[in-house]
Design a binder for this molecule. Structure first.
Ligand code: NAD
Length: 264
């Protein structure tokens, strides 16, 4: 049997659906022992926790309803994780929402503000709480350090959203997540905390399926050179790589997992 890539404790936001849920499964498959899963949706979170527990009977799961728009809720869930499991080895900041399908001249300020508050400020709130814990915990050596943080950006953090997608606040928030990731990677690298971003292309999740159903993304998926969407598990497994000692020299990087979209 292959050696496990991961051990210890992980904390995930947006863990009740799509990429976040798949990441919980990938982390558990690759050896994580304790997992805090958080999400704004109580019902989806509770069913995700039960499904995970049945699939991984030895996994210790702490599940907390958290809106990443609420700094206190984020901080409390991180503190509970430390009280319960002792440390946080891996933070994965996934929670996010799509664009609203309107061009800038059609957008209200509140719509802009909501996307930026969840997708950018929410990542910052969760990362701030995770870093505060990691700075205080033991450094486990060159390949593991004090911890690893992975922020979920998007290929639209690298290129602009095409006209048909009409999601400039989304692209702006994801470009900013990459800037935040790089700056904080520099800030904390010497203290043994590795911070990286991942930029997925189109992934088969409710977020994309809803946008497709509303006709926001006509002909978009076909532009992916590999000719398909990713399955959420493919992104979860890439996140495991970033979290693991296999990526011990990756710091401030952006792992592009987009089927070739941005290479075009
Ligand atoms: P999803 O809608 O399936 O899952 C998002 C999860 O985040 C849901 O469980 C939702 O309840 C939760 N969430 C929403 N607002 C929240 C909040 N305020 N606080 C806490 N949780 C909240 O979507 P997904 O496709 O899995 O997207 C996850 C992340 O991946 C997002 O940041 C998204 O921008 C990014 N992403 C997705 C794709 C894609 O094609 N699906 C591509 C690139 C990046």
């Amino acid at each position: 049997m292959a050696a496990q890539l991961l051990k210890g404790t992980a904390y995930i936001t947006g863990a009740a659906s799509g990429i976040g849920k798949a990441t919980a499964y990938s982390l558990a498959r690759h050896g994580i022992q304790n997992l805090t899963i958080t999400d704004i949706s109580p019902s989806s979170l509770s069913s995700t926790a039960s499904e995970l527990q049945s699939a991984f009977p030895h996994l210790s799961i702490h599940s907390v309803v958290v809106d990443v728009g609420d700094a206190k809720a984020v901080d409390d869930s991180v503190s509970q994780t430390v009280d319960k499991f002792g440390r946080i080895d891996v933070g994965v900041n996934v929670a996010g929402i799509g664009g609203v399908g309107l061009a800038t001249h059609e957008l209200e300020e509140k719509d802009w503000g909501k996307v930026v508050d969840i997708n950018l400020n929410g990542v910052w709130r969760a990362m701030r709480a995770q870093v505060r814990v990691m700075l205080e915990q033991e450094n486990l050596g060159v390949r593991t350090g004090r911890g690893a943080i992975i922020n979920v950006a998007s290929m639209y953090g690298i290129v602009g959203c095409p006209k048909s997608v009409k999601a400039s606040p989304y692209a702006a928030s994801k470009h900013a997540v990459i800037g935040l990731t790089k700056s904080d990677a520099l800030q904390y690298a010497s203290q043994g905390i590795r911070i990286n971003a991942i930029s997925p292309g189109y992934v088969r999740t409710p977020l994309v399926l809803e946008a497709l159903a509303k006709g926001y993304m006509d002909n978009e998926v076909e532009k992916t050179p590999m000719g398909r969407m990713a399955e959420a598990e493919e992104i979860g497994d890439s996140i495991v790589y970033l979290a693991s000692p296999l990526a011990s020299f990756m710091c401030g990087g952006v792992l592009v997992v987009d089927g070739g979209y941005t290479a075009n």
